[in-house]
Ligand binder design. Structure first.
Ligand code: FO1
Length: 309
C-alpha cells in the first residue's frame, strides 16, 4: 500500500491536497500543515493554513476569495469595525464559529492536533491534517524598517513592504507532531505541495529533526511558480526582493539536496534541462477539481518511479 506524507500550506497547497485526498484514502496520505501563519487575534487562535485545508477537504472553501468559508456573511466583522474594533482581518460569520470552537477546544486543554481532528470530524473530513507541531511557531517577516508578524505583513499591509528575510519564532523549541513522526515510521514518500517555499514550507522543514526524518525517502516538490509568476500569493514578489530569479528552477534550488524529483508546469518544460534531478512537466495550474485530481495522479505516479535514497 502507498503511504505518503504531503507538506502543505496556503491556498495552492490546499488545492493539490484536495486532489490527493480524492485518490488516496486516509491510511494512504496524511497532510503535514504549516502553522507559521498562525496568530492570536481577538482572543482567538487563528490557524489560516489549517483553515484553508479544512475548508478545501470539506468542500466548503470560498472560491471567490480563495480563503475562508463558502456562503459567508460579514455581520460580525462589520459590527466590530463599527465599534472601533480591529476589522482588517476579515473573519466571516461562519468562519468565526470555527475559530470560537477551536479556541474552546484549546482552552479545554486539547492540543492543536486534537482540536483540528475534532473540527475535521464534524466537517466530514476523514484524512488527517496534522499541524507540523503543537508548539507555537510564528513566521516573522523582516523588512528594511520593521519585523512584521506574518498576518500583519500579508493581510494588514497587503504584502507591500519589501522583504529582506524571515524568522520563525519558536521553531528551535518546536517538536515534530508525534502523529507525523508515527506516520513517518513506515512512509513511502513525500510530496511538497505547490506552496510558498519561504513562508509555507520552510517553517515545516526547519522544525528540528524534520529534514532528517524524511531525507531517506523519495521526495518530490511541485513548483508554485509558473511562467515566472506565482500561482497565488506573494512568492514571486518575495523572490524578486530576495534577488532570486522568479523561475521554477529557482524553486527546485530552494529544495536542493532534499528533493529527488521536481514537478513543473508544461509552460516551463524547457527548464527541465537546467535541473540535475528527475523532473516532469505537466499541467500544474489547477482551476477545476479535475485539474487538482489530474496533478495529484501525476505526482503519485512520478513519486512511485523514484527510488528511496
Ligand atoms: N486573507 C486576506 O487576504 N484577508 C483577510 O481578511 C483574511 C482573513 C482570514 C481569516 C481566516 C483565515 O483562516 C484566513 C484568512 N485570510 C485572509 C487568508 C490568510 O491570510 C492566508 O490564507 C494565509 O495565511 C496565507 O497562506
Amino acid at each position: 500500500m502507498t503511504k505518503i506524507l504531503a507538506l502543505t500550506g496556503g491556498v495552492g497547497g490546499a488545492k493539490l491536497a484536495l486532489g490527493l485526498s480524492k485518490i488516496l484514502g486516509p491510511k494512504e496520505i496524511m497532510f503535514a500543515v504549516n502553522v507559521g501563519d498562525d496568530f492570536e487575534h481577538l482572543g482567538l487562535h487563528i490557524s489560516p493554513d489549517i483553515d484553508s485545508l479544512t475548508y478545501a477537504l470539506s468542500g466548503e472553501n470560498n472560491q471567490e476569495l480563495g480563503w475562508g468559508r463558502s456562503g459567508e456573511t460579514w455581520q460580525f466583522i462589520e459590527t466590530l469595525g463599527g465599534l472601533g474594533g480591529e476589522a482588517w482581518f476579515r473573519l466571516g460569520d461562519k468562519d468565526l464559529a470555527l475559530h470560537v470552537r477551536r479556541a474552546q477546544l484549546l482552552k479545554d486543554n486539547k492540543t492543536l492536533t486534537q482540536a483540528t481532528a475534532e473540527i475535521a470530524a464534524y466537517m466530514g473530513i476523514q484524512h488527517t491534517m496534522a499541524p507540523i507541531s503543537d508548539d507555537p511557531i510564528r513566521t516573522m517577516v523582516n523588512t528594511a524598517d520593521d519585523e512584521l508578524a506574518f498576518q500583519h505583513y500579508f493581510v494588514r499591509e497587503q504584502c507591500k513592504p519589501a522583504v529582506i528575510g524571515f524568522r520563525f519564532a519558536g521553531i528551535e523549541q518546536a517538536k515534530i507532531n508525534p502523529v507525523i513522526e508515527a506516520w513517518l515510521q513506515n512512509c513511502d514518500g513525500v510530496i511538497i505541495c505547490p506552496s510558498n517555499p519561504f513562508v509555507s514550507v520552510a517553517p515545516i522543514l526547519q522544525v528540528p529533526g524534520m529534514t532528517e526524518a524524511i531525507s531517506h525517502l523519495p521526495i518530490i516538490a511541485v513548483s508554485p511558480i509558473v511562467a515566472g509568476m506565482a500561482l497565488k500569493g506573494p512568492a514571486a514578489k518575495m523572490m524578486q526582493e530576495l534577488q532570486i530569479p522568479t523561475t521554477a528552477k529557482a524553486i527546485a534550488d530552494q529544495y536542493k539536496g532534499l528533493i529527488n524529483g521536481f514537478v513543473l508546469d508544461k509552460t516551463d518544460a524547457q527548464s527541465i534541462r537546467d535541473l540535475t534531478i528527475p523532473a516532469i512537466a505537466t499541467q500544474s495550474v489547477m482551476v477545476t477539481l479535475e485539474d487538482r485530481v489530474a496533478l495529484a495522479r501525476e505526482c503519485i505516479r512520478f513519486l512511485g518511479t523514484l527510488q528511496s535514497k
